[in-house]
Design a binder for this molecule. Structure first.
Ligand code: AHM
Ligand code: MG
Length: 333
């Protein structure tokens, strides 16, 4: 495999790794690749045309939607729905899931996709990196009926694929189907993603902690103790603090350089801020596939049993040893 391997070739070459290899998952990943290029195009135009700033709408979580949130959501929805590839779609920007019936009545589609179309979108106005996060499950209901909520409310361990697109200094698509993590960089001149980061793994040791320390006074005691531990002058510490406020970018940097991302419960977000289905599960799957871990402070994120689409949880994700350390502080006494 060389850096000349394109994402399209890689998807086809690896489709036989997949348990239910019908080509359906490959077509789905190709649709995501296309949507990623559309969003990339829009993000790059920000500042030139009137797509920066807020709409006058709010999403399910009562957060004001940015214009690009809406554009990105539409790009993913169109790419998936128009291609007759999936049976269901859920998004951080939609109140409820969308059921999609196939034109082929004898063979309905098998997969549901959950998307955070533009994560970290509050960074858009200031030209700071943002991302898209996606998670794919096989439906649990029978193929001859419309999807139900339970097709989406599955534990993360049942994900068949997950990934993110990072619209950064370059645009990357990073994904897993449970056989390691591979990263592809977009050549903007050709509009093609090339394999640039094969088999991504967290470095053995991490030295970066990423948390919004402005919320410090509201953190649980265990997290406060962990932050003090990161700052101690001992062994390989103090660690470095780096926080972009864009989960995809913070996660990507920590995956490459070694680190942990933390979003504990706060007074504003007593259950944590990040959404289990659109953000935590896919990042947890990628982290584990790259030799890292993800926890909500009590258990492995991918084993949390979801009860609602927009559920939030506390999130600690990154190098294995660092996640275990913060867990041990949280569960002390
Ligand atoms: P969003 O999906 O509304 O963009 O919120 C998720 C983002 C994450 O990308 C980021 O890590 C976090 O919210 C930042 O939150 P805060 O500004 O509270 O630190
Ligand atoms: Mg988000």
């Amino acid at each position: 495999m060389t850096a000349k391997h394109t994402l399209g070739e890689f998807i086809i070459d690896n489709q036989n790794q997949f348990e239910y290899s019908t080509g359906e998952l490959s077509r789905l990943l190709n649709a995501i690749r296309l949507a990623a290029k559309t969003v990339n195009h829009e993000v790059n135009k920000a500042g030139l045309v009137d797509i920066i700033g807020a709409t006058n709408q709010t999403n399910h979580s009562d957060e004001q939607q940015q214009k690009l949130d809406v554009l990105a959501n539409q790009a993913f929805k169109n790419a998936l729905i128009n291609r007759d590839i999936v049976c269901g779609f859920a998004s951080e920007e939609e109140d409820s899931f969308v059921s999609i019936s196939s034109n082929n009545k004898t063979a309905q589609n098998n997969y549901v996709v959950l998307v955070d179309p533009l994560d970290g979108s509050s960074n858009i106005d200031t030209n700071v990196s943002v991302g898209t996060i996606f998670s794919i499950f096989r439906r649990v209901t029978s193929q001859d009926q419309p999807v139900e909520e339970k097709d989406f409310l599955q534990k993360g361990i049942y994900q068949v694929a997950a990934g993110y697109v990072l619209y950064g200094t370059s645009t990357m698509l990073v994904y897993t189907t449970g056989h390691g993590v591979n990263g592809f960089t977009l050549n903007p001149a050709l509009g093609t993603f090339y394999l640039s980061h094969p088999n991504m793994k967290f470095p053995k040791e991490g030295h970066i902690y990423s948390i919004n320390e402005g919320n410090y006074v509201h953190f649980p005691t265990g997290v406060k103790k962990y932050i003090k531990y990161c700052q101690e002058d001992n062994d390989n510490r103090p660690y470095t603090s780096r926080y972009i406020g864009s989960l995809v970018s913070d996660f990507h940097r920590n995956l490459i350089n070694g680190g942990i991302y933390l979003y504990p419960p706060t007074s504003k977000h007593p259950k944590g801020k990040l959404r289990l289905l659109y953000e935590c599960n896919p990042m947890a799957f990628l982290a584990e596939q790259a030799g890292g871990e993800a926890s909500d402070g009590q258990q492995r994120v991918m084993e949390v049993d979801p009860y609602e689409l927009h559920q939030r949880i506390p999130f600690y994700c990154g190098n294995k040893e660092m996640v275990r350390k913060v867990d041990s502080f949280i569960n002390e006494n």
